[in-house]
Design a protein around this ligand. Structure first.
Ligand SMILES: NC(=O)c1ccc[n+]([C@@H]2O[C@H](COP(=O)([O-])OP(=O)(O)OC[C@H]3O[C@@H](n4cnc5c(N)ncnc54)[C@H](O)[C@@H]3O)[C@@H](O)[C@H]2O)c1
Ligand SMILES: O[C@H]1[C@H](O)[C@@H](O)[C@H](O)[C@@H](O)[C@H]1O
Length: 341
């Protein structure tokens, strides 16, 4: 059975996902594309794919069995609600949505539908290094986790398109999600500190330091730097009662020359997480073929959105911001317990 997919948003990651869906993975076919920039959609549409003028028409099309959303965050809510109304499984790039109120509306719609339809693009959960780190934590061999350090550095971000709220509501959401998942915990409050600005980012507030307070009492410190220049550098280290476990250095040749000893740093997220994106889609295709989804859920997207909202308030006020979640619907009971493989 080949899953017939429509892709909405054909920018950077939309094009990368079209490449993997058409050239890397099996059991899937891209039969439709849409972008508000119709010319862009047409220029990257794979052979035979229909270019739709609107996202709604693509979602409702009878030839589309499942949807991949790669538009900008603020557009996600309406597109997700249309997918739920059409009863179609959907892979939605992070962030799920950009406000807590929007996340609650999507949860209500999915719960009313009665089956999980949405998988959120938190690809770190599918990365081998993160899965091995989680396996160590879950084994209990190092004892109780006390702190986690998450370093999230982008070489650069698109000037003009990446706005001042995005370190917290577009970038931090990955660190919020992976912290909840690794430590099987929930974020209960957020602090933000803003050191002096990097001159590389113009007016952008960068870097940003975030402290996540987890329900267990564990603390997570996050460095968000989005103009670090030297590469895409993602680090993680958990400190437990009996030892420490970290993400490894990426496999790469060790070079010795007149500049010293060095290893290549990935250029961007496409390079660093190439295998993780492939795996998240393998799992999505398998579940979507059964009319449902597994993996990071709408609930996980809601939790990350709450962290982003609280972090934006914390940056504004300089004060600790508590987080309160609505009661978790039964539909999402297994979301955090999803096992590392
Ligand atoms: N998981 C990851 O590591 C990762 C990496 C990059 C981007 N993303 C996410 O993917 C999304 C897209 O990011 P990008 O870097 O590809 O951005 P981009 O600007 O390169 O592309 C976004 C595309 O969406 C289109 N678009 C915007 N609103 C639309 C709408 N209402 N209907 C149809 N098309 C619309 C734009 O015209 C553009 O072509 C964002 O939510 C971003 O956070 C995730
Ligand atoms: O949309 C991208 C993407 O999610 C990357 O994984 C993250 O590192 C960037 O900061 C973000 O802007």
């Amino acid at each position: 059975m080949t899953l017939k997919v429509g892709v909405i948003g054909t920018g950077m990651i939309g094009q990368d996902h079209i490449r993997r869906l058409t050239k890397v993975l099996s059991g899937v076919d891209v039969v439709a594309v849409n972008d508000i920039d119709v010319k862009r959609a047409a220029s990257v549409a794979p052979g035979g794919a229909v270019v739709f003028e609107t996202a709604g028409d693509l979602i409702r099309s009878e030839t589309v069995e499942a949807v991949v959303i790669c538009s900008w965050g603020p557009a996600h809510e309406a597109q997700l609600l249309d997918c739920i109304a059409a009863g179609k499984p959907v892979f939605c790039e992070k962030p799920l949505v950009t406000t807590a109120a929007a996340a609650r509306r999507v949860i209500e719609a999915e719960v009313a539908f009665g089956r999980r339809l949405i998988q959120v693009g938190f690809m770190r959960r599918f990365d081998g290094d993160y899965r091995r780190l989680k396996a160590v934590i879950d084994s209990g061999s190092l004892g109780t986790p006390l702190t986690y350090r998450s370093v999230h550095r982008n070489a650069s971000v698109p000037a003009g398109l990446y706005t001042s709220d995005m370190p917290l509501n577009d970038t931090l959401v990955h660190d919020a999600d992976i912290s909840r998942w690794l430590l099987s915990d929930e974020v209960k409050g957020v602090e933000v500190r803003l050191p002096r600005r990097s001159s590389r980012g113009g007016d952008l507030r960068d870097p940003t330091l975030v402290l996540l307070h987890l329900a267990s009492g564990a603390l997570v410190d996050v460095e968000i730097s989005v103009n670090i220049a030297y590469g895409y550098d993602i680090r993680g280290e958990v400190s437990c009662e009996n030892g420490v476990a970290s993400l490894p250095e990426r496999p790469s040749a060790v070079i010795r020359d007149q500049h010293g000893v060095r290893q290549r740093v990935p250029e961007d997220w496409r390079e660093r997480f190439i295998d993780a994106y492939d795996q998240e889609f393998r799992e999505w295709i398998a579940a979507a073929g059964q009319g449902t989804t597994t993996g990071p859920s709408t609930w996980d997207g809601y939790a990350a959105t709450l962290v982003a909202d609280a972090a934006l308030r914390a940056a504004e006020t300089g004060a600790f911001q508590p987080i309160t979640m609505v009661a978790k619907p039964g539909l999402y009971d297994t979301a955090i317990a999803q096992a590392a493989e």
